[in-house]
Design a binder for this molecule. Structure first.
Ligand SMILES: Nc1ncnc2c1ncn2[C@@H]1O[C@H](COP(=O)(O)OP(=O)(O)OP(=O)(O)O)[C@@H](O)[C@H]1O
Ligand SMILES: [Mg+2]
Length: 471
């Protein structure tokens, strides 16, 4: 964080200082909510959770060097006491980002936020110091904490913004107002909670509504291939930059293909030049993510060549997203168990088939959550696609949705043991342990709540016969 005194922080958050002998003491170090992350100069934010109360850690964090605690009651050690810790944290972030002099990039969408944020960061880092959301900490607490980790040197601050309802993105943009706002897609994630796709579009579009005008430098980066996102152009005063495969897109991909190893390759076109990209990431859904990142980087002054090189060298910074591991016996495990939706299921199956040319391919799939009324049709479609793509073996894992998936495959013409339905992760592991042969490629994918990474991990621990946790 940029250095601020305890007195300044108290003024910014409207808090009372308690047990602070010297209010001119500076907070220099990170603002943290986890007591294990405290270092000298930190500000520790005490949240009261259901099981753990951060206030209980106050003496320990001050002993470890924290300058003070941001708390909702006096704790007997230096503290800034406020009515609501979350509101105060937001106010502090708001204050700090206005002092930073960094360009703020905010991004949202139904799927691919973290993957794209990691790509943007890896591209922008080549130009100037960049701070970005670690992992997927995209909510009202993770976002201000990330913003507060920026320093005087930071030139770009890239923030993932998540929403589970109307008003959430607006709240986040008020804490950290982006100059560049990117909307990736309006898919089906959390469709149940939102109440429909229109509502999701309404919520995600709050990002572009918050942007400054074009004259003030505001830029809305929108997916030209997604009609819900494309339509958001009418909800912003910012300059609109379109990315996608559509002809009208300002930043486009041409000649998109998957290499034999399942990695996307394409020619990147920007308004100021073109260059070839071959990604290290797996799955064609990354083309859209890469174009989004390219559009942001181009707006920030990078050339097509610089962007293409950065995209071609970018790796996966977050776990369980098409994580490819080769076993010593030549079995390849593709762990994409972080999450799943209809679009990414299809992209992952295509990547599996591209990687598995001439090899046996296994798709170990579980349910895609929160699809509302579309659940049956979408699971059926994934099962059918597995057969159409000629995946060698489909293992559907879990309850009702897995049964729909397997039935889709069966109805599309899979026969015998080409597709099976097993009840849980342990059963999938038992089956795969006895059936896998050297050279096979195994994709593991389902929604987060299924926790199928346990299958990938068990398969990687060759020989270990431990129990697999099924959630
Ligand atoms: N452009 C995309 N379109 C559809 N699916 C995608 C796209 N990019 C990534 N995915 C899929 O979505 C899953 C989650 O990706 P990622 O973590 O990047 O998304 P997210 O939007 O950050 O998710 P969360 O809401 O959990 O933060 C990945 O496992 C991948 O399969
Ligand atoms: Mg995320």
């Amino acid at each position: 964080m940029i250095a601020l005194s305890l007195a300044e922080i108290a003024a910014v958050v409207g808090g009372q200082t308690y047990d602070i002998p010297d209010p001119s003491v500076q907070v220099t170090g990170p603002v943290v909510r986890d007591s294990r992350e405290v270092v000298p100069g930190s500000l520790f934010v005490a949240f009261r959770g259901e099981r753990v109360d951060g206030h209980d850690f106050a003496p320990a964090v001050v002993a470890a060097g924290a300058a003070a605690v941001l708390a909702s009651r006096p704790v007997g050690v230096p503290a800034i006491v406020v009515e609501d810790v979350q509101t105060a944290l937001g106010a502090l972030a708001r204050h700090v980002v206005t002092k930073l002099g960094a360009t703020l990039v905010g991004l949202t969408g139904s799927a691919g936020k973290t993957s794209t944020k990691d790509l943007i960061a890896q591209v922008l880092q080549r130009k100037a110091p960049t701070v970005f959301t670690p992992g997927s900490l995209n909510n009202e607490i993770g976002l201000p904490l990330t913003a507060l980790s920026a320093t005087e040197e930071t030139k770009f601050l890239v923030l993932e913004m998540g929403a589970r309802g109307i008003g959430h993105i607006r709240y986040l943009t008020e804490l950290t107002p982006p100059r560049i706002g990117l909307v990736l897609n309006v898919g089906s994630a959390h469709i149940g909670e939102f109440g429909g796709r229109e509502q999701i579009a309404q919520a995600k579009g709050e990002l572009v509504e918050s942007l400054p005008s074009a004259a003030e430098g505001g830029v809305a980066v929108l997916n030209a291939d997604d009609p819900y996102v494309r339509a958001m152009a009418s909800r912003t005063k910012a300059k609109v930059v379109l990315f996608g495969e559509a002809d009208e897109a300002d930043v486009r991909a041409e000649n998109v293909r998957l290499t034999d190893s399942g990695q996307p390759a394409f020619r990147l076109h920007t308004p100021s030049g073109a260059s070839d990209v071959t990604m290290r990431l797996y799955g064609e859904h990354h083309v859209s993510n890469a174009l989004a990142a390219a559009a942001v980087a181009h707006e920030l002054g990078m050339s097509a060549e610089e962007i293409a090189t950065a995209l071609s060298e970018a790796g996966s910074l977050s776990r369980w997203r098409m994580e490819v591991t080769e076993r010593p016996d030549g079995v390849t495990i593709v762990n994409d168990a972080y999450n799943a939706n209809p679009e990414s299921m299809k992209a992952a199956l295509r990547a599996l088939v591209a990687m598995g040319k001439g090899r046996r391919t296994w798709a170990v799939l579980g349910k895609m959550a929160e699809l509302g009324d579309e659940a049956l049709a979408e699971h059926d479609a994934v099962g059918r696609l597995a057969v159409r793509l000629n995946v060698s073996k489909l293992v559907a894992v879990g309850g009702r949705e897995a049964a729909w998936l397997q039935l889709g495959a069966y109805n599309e013409g899979s026969w015998g043991e080409e597709s099976v339905h097993v009840s849980d992760a342990q059963a999938a592991v038992d089956l795969l342990r006895s059936e896998l042969r050297p050279g096979d490629v195994v994709l593991v994918k389902a929604s987060r709540s299924v926790g199928l990474e346990s299958v990938a991990q068990a398969l990687l621990e060759t020989g270990a016969e431990g129990e697999v946790a099924a959630r």
